[in-house]
Design a protein around this ligand. Structure first.
Ligand code: TRP
Length: 335
């Protein structure tokens, strides 16, 4: 650990390009944290395989995509160590020992896992790797002795599971890990462009960080507003109106947004006008990310070299943790 700096671990599953939901939920937070903290960013391919075991090509293809999205959005490899989960076998080793500290009932109680199982229609046919992925995630976090994990709201149960494992480990084997803190984004959950509670690739309601200006405009123009607001002169609702939700989150000029809300509620402000404003706001946010992404994508091997070097550095660090873990667990036979 670097003196005085807290260690942060954060990651994405490489299952698709990242979107605005990821941006406000975690990427923005990460980029802000990298100056004052020691930051590890993990591409969670082994976790992605827990529900994509039959689709390895998808996971492989998206390693580069999520690396590009994060670098384009401002992760700086000079400050942040980027690595690939599966390339550090010690993570699987730590996961195995942690599995002994978690009961099946505890694993099944995790609300995020429950939700995801329902979404994926697993019922009782859930892969063991999937139901135990929060335990694997605890291993990811503790392998570098991170104490801060920037997450979206859906990941809070993962942090609770991690802290339970820390309690058990420390009690049985002696003080080894410090408690972990979830750092929630001010906007932990961005609604989808269709008004559904969450922006998600599987729901098809996303705006990607790599979207073109035309795609952004098209998506914003199709956004859900207030179905009762037919003519510009009609009074409209602001609550549950995605365009206003987004303006509240993304528009740098909140005084004007407040004025627009008042005008909309009174009647006399058309959907087209607020949508044009939002398209402009989002384009201002995404344009520099898109430009940087286009620059980076010209040399994919340079991006992979950043990831390779980061993986090597992380592995050395994880090996230090494992030496301590194995000593504490009395399984250090040959040294
Ligand atoms: N579960 C996270 C997601 O779905 C990815 C992840 C894996 C992660 N391991 C992690 C996040 C450790 C934070 C810390 O996006």
């Amino acid at each position: 650990m670097q003196k005085g700096k807290k260690t942060v671990l954060t990651g994405d599953r490489p299952t698709g390009k990242l979107h605005l939901g990821h941006y406000v939920g975690s990427i923005k937070n990460r980029v802000a944290l990298q100056d004052e903290h020691e930051l590890f960013y993990m591409i969670a391919d082994a976790q992605a395989l827990t529900d994509n075991a039959d689709n390895p090509q998808k996971v492989r293809d998206n390693i580069l995509e999520v690396a590009l999205d994060n670098l384009a959005a401002g992760l700086d490899p000079a400050k942040t160590t980027i690595f690939i989960q599966s390339a550090i076998p010690e993570l699987a080793e730590l996961f195995q020992y942690f599995l002994n500290l978690v009961t099946l009932a505890r694993a099944e109680r995790n609300p995020t896992v429950k939700d995801e199982m329902r979404q994926k229609g697993y019922d009782t046919n859930v892969p063991l790797g999937f139901i135990t992925y929060p335990v694997s995630q605890a291993a990811d976090i503790l392998s570098v002795k991170a104490t801060v994990v920037p997450v979206g709201a859906d990941q809070v149960p993962m942090i609770e599971q991690t802290n339970d494992i820390i309690d058990s480990f420390n009690r049985i084997y002696g003080e080894t890990f410090q408690k972990v803190e979830a750092l929630l984004s001010p906007t932990p959950r961005l609604p989808g462009i269709d008004g559904k509670a969450k922006m998600s690739k599987s729901l098809g309601n996303t705006i990607f960080l790599a979207d073109s200006v035309e795609e952004i405009e098209k998506k914003v123009m199709g956004m859900y507003t207030d179905p009762g607001h037919v003519h510009a002169s009609d009074p409209g609702k602001v609550e549950g109106n995605v365009v206003f939700d987004y303006l509240t989150i993304f528009d740098p000029n909140q005084t004007e947004v407040e004025e627009l809300k008042a005008r909309y509620q009174k009647g006399g402000l058309g959907d087209i006008e607020i949508k044009k404003r939002l398209a402009g706001v989002l384009e201002n946010l995404i344009a520099p990310i898109r430009a940087r992404r286009e620059e980076l994508v010209r040399d994919p091997s340079a991006v992979m070299e950043i990831v390779r070097a980061g993986t090597e550095k992380t592995r050395a660090r994880v090996q230090e943790t494992m030496a301590e873990v194995k000593e504490k667990m009395k399984i250090n036979y040959f040294n």
